[in-house]
Ligand binder design. Structure first.
Ligand SMILES: O=C(O)CCC(=O)C(=O)O
Length: 330
């Protein structure tokens, strides 16, 4: 599937009437992650299972989460507030010089400059941050987690807001090494703030990888905010030989071959969709092979009665580094 611009008329709030995407039906784009081409045969690649058929059945949801490591709920959120948040997000990026002024802002076509790179800067913006939080922590999702977890649910105060430029996606990793100091019964929600077809590079995961015992015993037992005093103060993750900043590997294809299971993504993530996954699930994202900046958030939910990772709670959560780092002999 290829998206190409075709100008057709007046902008409309719910759809891209200003431009439509024309699709060639012949082939999918070549999918890459980390610059490495992915195999897309049916035994290695597929699309996420829609779990809306069991959305009212907590036991069925739990058993799918247990089996696959994720739940995909297309259309969970009303599209309109997500779209309005996107518009505010695009305005912020445009004012920062990150968008190409030759195109309508809402298309988020990448420009050449800008400084608002940090997820935290965007999340703290009084307009965009507030609009994002109104969507991703709304009563519907908190109620959903209350039923799914079987008790009152809470979420981290810190929200990861991504404005991903054309280029490489995220390398395969498990969230638990970044946020596993509290409850491990912790779930990530990944929410697109734009329609994200394959070439724009949405979330990619390895189905069933949350059950991989070798990953659990090794990589997933580590904590990124550590400094090995006897190893030049590198983190225990780096000391154990994992590449990059907390990646399990730099090669999704090889990691899939080792773990088994299929690589899964959505044929097109749409505004309103919700993807929930286990913090032990191996995931990352497809490379962004378009001209567009990919907008999305990831946020975390758990039982209110269980301990929270203190790096991510409070009015101004401390996050990684600084006082969060624990010294170790590795
Ligand atoms: O959006 C991405 O590229 C990565 C997101 C991610 O790693 C996460 O949701 O935990």
């Amino acid at each position: 599937m290829n998206r190409e611009f075709a100008e057709i008329g007046v902008p409309n709030i719910q759809s891209r009437l200003y431009y439509v995407w024309t699709m060639s039906t012949s082939t999918m784009p070549t999918l890459k992650s980390g610059g490495i081409e992915l195999e897309t045969g049916p035994d290695r690649f597929g699309f996420l299972l829609d779990s809306n058929d069991v959305i009212e059945d907590a036991e069925a949801l739990k058993s799918r989460m247990d089996r696959d490591g994720y739940l995909f709920l297309p259309g969970f959120f009303d599209r309109d507030p997500v779209y309005r948040t996107r518009l505010a997000f695009c305005d912020l990026l445009a004012e920062d010089g990150r968008l190409d002024p030759e195109h309508p802002r809402e298309l988020a076509i990448a420009g050449t400059s800008g400084s608002l790179n940090s997820s935290h800067d965007i999340a703290k913006d009084p307009v965009v941050g507030a609009k994002i939080r109104e969507v991703i922590y709304n009563d519907k999702i908190m109620g959903f987690f209350g039923r799914f977890l079987g008790g009152e649910a809470t979420h981290f105060d810190y929200t990861w807001v991504r404005a991903i430029e054309p280029g490489l996606g995220s390398y395969p990793h498990c969230d638990v090494i970044f946020m596993g100091r509290g409850s491990k019964n912790l779930y990530t929600c990944w929410v697109p703030f734009g329609d994200i077809p394959l070439n724009v590079g949405g979330l990619l995961l390895i189905e069933g990888s949350h059950k991989d015992q070798e990953i659990r015993r090794t990589y997933a037992s580590l904590d990124i905010d550590t400094a090995c005093a006897n190893r030049n103060n590198v983190s225990e993750v780096a000391a154990a030989g994992y590449p990059g900043y907390g990646a399990l590997s730099l090669d999704f294809r090889a990691t899939r071959d080792r773990v088994g299971g299929r690589l899964l993504t959505a044929e097109e993530y749409r505004m309103g969709d919700l993807l929930i996954f286990n913090v032990y699930l191996v995931h990352g994202s497809l490379d962004n092979q378009s001209k567009e900046i990919r907008l999305s958030t990831d946020s975390r939910y758990q039982l209110a009665s269980e301990p929270l990772d203190d790096r991510w709670v409070g009015e101004d959560p401390p996050g990684h580094g600084g006082n969060s780092v624990k010294g170790l002999i590795c």
